[in-house]
Design a protein. Structure first.
Length: 255
């Protein structure tokens, strides 16, 4: 097994602008409020009328913020990297055991991109993700890193089970995306991972509001994981059964 190395780098400016713009103006879940909470001055962009002016404002704000906080961003990058190196090899060894698939040989690195955005998307095309530069709790930073890395191997398993599926379904708002976001914290709460993480992984608040068989969606799928994971090919069994379950309740996930 040759797992990829995690390389800490900076978020490209163009990608930072695109995603902050998307969360502020295109996201249906209202996640832009988390950006505004961390960057109150960004709220001014909501008063601008054209996309051109909005993008111009965001570019100038991001460039200025990065310039003024360069030292803090670099220090936090070093801190994240040093903390991550303590658990990297063990975590990247445990994931294939749980998910039941080896790391692909053609993937040598995963990029962890330092960002001023508190929302941390992952990018399956180039195996990269963003990580907020200023988490006060280092354990939560490790949780975010573990969560995002989990997605890359998870979808390798998914493609093995469902090779003909259109990859656009791996993204919001499809139920396949919802299931991946439910499964990542479930994996992080597996006892094998908990020895490294040492805190319970959190679920999306939006998922906590969904009820299936009188259980919250995280509880329902966590229980299904516990019931199936010890079986032969346990994770595969879990994925197939959980996919059937979420398909049956697809209407609940139109959020």
């Amino acid at each position: 097994m040759n797992p990829p190395k995690i390389k800490f780098t900076d978020m490209p400016l163009s990608k930072e602008i695109d995603w902050i713009y998307g969360f502020l103006f295109q996201d249906k879940w209202g996640w832009g409020k988390y950006i505004i909470k961390k960057h109150p001055k960004i709220k001014k962009v909501l008063l601008l009328k054209t996309e051109k002016d909005q993008v111009k404002f965001l570019k100038e704000y991001i460039m200025e913020f990065r310039k003024n906080n360069r030292e803090a961003i670099e220090k936090r990058k070093d801190k994240y990297q040093k903390e991550w190196q303590k658990i990297e090899n063990k975590y990247l060894g445990i994931l294939p055991e749980i998910i039941g698939i080896d790391w692909p040989k053609n993937r040598k690195a995963i990029k962890a991109m330092m960002s001023i955005d508190p929302i941390c998307p992952r990018f399956l095309d180039d195996w990269s993700f963003s990580i907020f530069y200023n988490y006060k709790n280092i354990n939560y930073a490790m949780e975010v890193i573990m969560h995002e890395i989990c997605h890359f191997l998870y979808f390798e398993k998914w493609k093995q089970l469902y090779p003909d599926m259109n990859h656009k379904k791996f993204e919001s708002p499809y139920i396949e995306w919802h299931l991946s976001e439910l499964t990542a914290p479930i994996i992080l709460n597996d006892s094998r991972v908990q020895k490294l993480l040492k805190q319970k992984a959190v679920f999306y608040p939006e998922h906590e509001k969904i009820k299936i068989d009188n259980k919250t969606a995280p509880k329902y799928f966590s229980d299904l994981y516990k019931k199936t994971i010890e079986k032969e090919n346990g994770f595969e069994v879990f994925l197939k059964e959980s996919y059937q379950a979420i398909q049956a309740e697809e209407r609940l996930f139109r959020i």
